[in-house]
Design a protein around this ligand. Structure first.
Ligand code: TRP
Length: 340
């Protein structure tokens, strides 16, 4: 018998991204930029979690488009869709099915305690739907279906990973080793990009347009947004995130993108005005995003090929996900169906 490629023996990394807005410079610097480096050492699963996005009312045409756009951006940063698995969550029905089953192993109290649930209820008081509450169960299903070892997440998703581990451990305690227990994947620190308008907060695609640079923003928009970035009034260029969050944010963007050390940058820029810092940062961002934008345009120009890649990957994902799902169905006592 021929041996199969060893891809599935590498540790599995599962990353989920909501198609709720355009990806930002923060997503690029904090995550996407490093994905290519992971591809050789890990079995990477990138899932565009469109079912999660339905918890907040969406414009259908826009949501449909965004799923494709996000997948295209993943490819545009250099991920190889034959190596990494890049697909839409709703194309793989095992996610919804496992989520239904796992909800019986999740307590109401646990879900009601989630900070994100409480925040979302406050923010969307006119639409507190059941999906807001069960959101973490679907997330647990995403992660557990692929026997994931590592999940790259920000601080805001830590609680969701904790509940995923709790659900998995509870299930394993009842039925044996069905699920791999996932850990957080902690990337390099110091690469958090902050909002351009409120530099004490993280840059986010769900905040107003002027607070973030979108990965697909045109050069003139990038220049305008950076020119208007909030700084402070002491006029001094130095790295001091606590007292000078705005200036420090620009400096760290510049440092990450150029590879120059903070000392070197501060030396070069000291005595110059904030105008100069902003212009340099803008030009640097434009240059870093240009090749991604060009590649993105190339991919989007051929939607049929993109769609075919996503279809193929959804099939590969289904095969893997169903292995776990079938095991779960058997363990909990759902009747076998005529496959075997
Ligand atoms: N809740 C995550 C977020 O909003 C998105 C997500 C859904 C996710 N499923 C996941 C992240 C699985 C990691 C793993 O950012």
């Amino acid at each position: 018998m021929q041996t199969q490629p060893t891809v599935e023996h590498k540790p599995v990394i599962f990353s989920g991204i909501q198609p709720s807005g355009m990806l930002t410079l923060g997503n690029y610097i904090g995550a996407l930029r490093n994905f290519k480096l992971l591809e050789d050492d890990y079995d990477c699963v990138y899932c565009v979690v469109d079912l999660h996005t339905l918890t907040v009312r969406q414009e259908a045409a826009q949501l449909r488009r965004r799923c494709l756009e996000i997948a295209a951006i993943y490819m545009a940063v250099g991920l190889d869709p034959d190596k990494s698995l890049i697909f839409c969550q709703s194309h793989v029905s095992a996610h919804a099915e496992l989520s239904w089953i796992l909800s019986k192993y999740t307590y109401l109290g646990e879900l009601q305690r989630m900070t994100q649930y409480k925040d979302k209820c406050a923010k969307h008081a006119d639409n507190i739907n059941a999906g807001l509450l069960t959101y973490p169960v679907l997330m647990a299903a995403d992660i557990l279906l692929y026997q994931t070892h590592l999940v790259p997440i920000g601080a805001d998703q830590k609680q969701h990973l904790e509940i995923t581990r709790d659900i998995a451990q509870r299930f394993n305690a009842l039925y044996g080793d069905v699920f791999t227990i996932p850990d957080a994947y902690i990337g390099k620190v110091g690469s958090r990009v902050m909002s351009l308008q409120e530099p004490a907060r993280k840059m986010s695609k769900s905040d107003p347009e002027e607070t973030y640079v979108g990965i697909l923003d045109k050069p003139e928009d990038i220049r305008r947004k950076l020119k208007r970035a909030v700084t402070d009034s002491d006029g001094d260029i130095r790295f001091d995130p606590e007292n000078k969050p705005g200036v420090s944010n620009l400096l760290s963007i510049l440092s990450v993108l150029t590879g120059d050390s903070m000392d070197k940058l501060v030396n070069e820029l000291s005595g110059k005005g904030y105008g100069e810092l902003k212009t340099r940062t803008a030009e640097c961002v434009i240059e870093a995003l240009a090749p991604i934008q060009a590649e993105y345009a190339r991919i989007m120009a051929d939607k049929a090929t993109l769609q075919a890649i996503l279809d193929r990957n959804a099939e590969r994902a289904s095969v893997r996900a169903n292995r776990t799902l079938d095991k779960v169905k058997h363990k909990v006592g759902l009747a076998p169906h005529g496959k075997a």
